[in-house]
Design a protein around this ligand. Structure first.
Ligand code: GLP
Length: 260
């Protein structure tokens, strides 16, 4: 089962996950981090920036992003190239040459998935993948119905996701209709998945992903197929779990040597 850690606040989650990543990077400076966009992982990046300020060197870390919009210029402020540069590469002091984001150029999108998979394979994959979850259960941009074996490819966004992401654009019509995303099969190849969810708006999606049936209709449920998953939620997002008391008990009695 996925380990579920319930903490008081998103900041506490960020500190917990960043400490773990920092320890991994100290052990292995050429660590590979899978990065996600959205508001959810921001506390992790903020806490990692504090680790950096305290002396952690992240310049040897390679990062692979999950997804990108199709058809937005890379320098558009809401392209995931821009978001990753702003939220991850710059504050963490990553080497921009080691930061990979799928290519959302509409002119070459037909081969972009294959090229991203080849880059991931050539590098040797991702050690730890950070994940958020959409209110419709998506991970990356794998919308409900995505094959559990899928690889990086173009997808059409659902109306729900476009409405959720409209807050980043001047008008809802500006939200792109298509995206390129690592597939569920791609995500499942990472060594360790860390899925984060905060706030009551995510309570249903995260409970269904963790405790519901494994189904392409809830892409986040793919985590149940992975042998090393840590789900970190705040109290509000934990509201839908049937086994919350058990998760708390397990975490309180966890052997210290296990780490995250
Ligand atoms: C986007 C991203 C996902 C992210 C989701 C949730 O659609 N492609 O990777 O998990 O939004 O976003 P937020 O964390 O802002 O709720």
């Amino acid at each position: 089962m996925a380990e579920v850690v319930i903490v008081d606040t998103p900041e506490a989650a960020g500190t917990l996950v960043a400490r773990h990543i920092a320890a991994r990077v100290r052990d292995e400076p050429a660590f590979t981090l899978g990065v996600a966009t959205g508001s959810t992982p921001l506390p992790v990046y903020a806490a990692l920036a504090r680790e950096r300020a305290a002396g952690l060197d992240l310049s040897g870390v390679t990062a692979f992003a999950l997804d990108e919009y199709v058809g937005l210029p890379e320098d558009h402020p809401e392209s995931y190239h821009s978001v990753i540069r702003r939220e991850v590469t710059e504050p963490l002091g990553l080497d921009p040459a080691r930061v990979h984001v799928p290519d959302g150029d509409a002119a070459t999108i037909a081969t972009a998935g294959e090229r991203y998979e080849a880059a991931l394979d050539a590098h040797g994959g991702v050690d730890l993948q950070l994940l958020g979850i959409g209110t419709d259960g998506h991970v990356g941009f794998n919308e409900p119905g995505s094959s559990l074996a899928s690889l990086t490819r173009i997808k059409t966004l659902t109306a729900t996701t476009r409405a959720d992401n409209a807050r980043f654009f001047d008008s809802p019509d500006e939200v792109p209709t298509h995206c390129i995303t690592q597939g569920i099969g791609t995500i499942l190849r990472a060594g360790h998945l860390v899925l984060l969810a905060f706030g009551s708006g995510k309570a249903d999606a995260i409970a269904t992903a963790v405790e519901g049936p494994i189904t392409a209709s809830v892409p986040g449920s793919c985590i149940q197929l992975h042998r090393h998953v840590t789900v970190v939620v705040d109290e509000a997002a934990a509201a839908g779990f049937e086994r919350a008391e058990y998760y708390r008990w397990v975490y309180e009695h966890k052997p210290a040597w296990q780490g995250l």
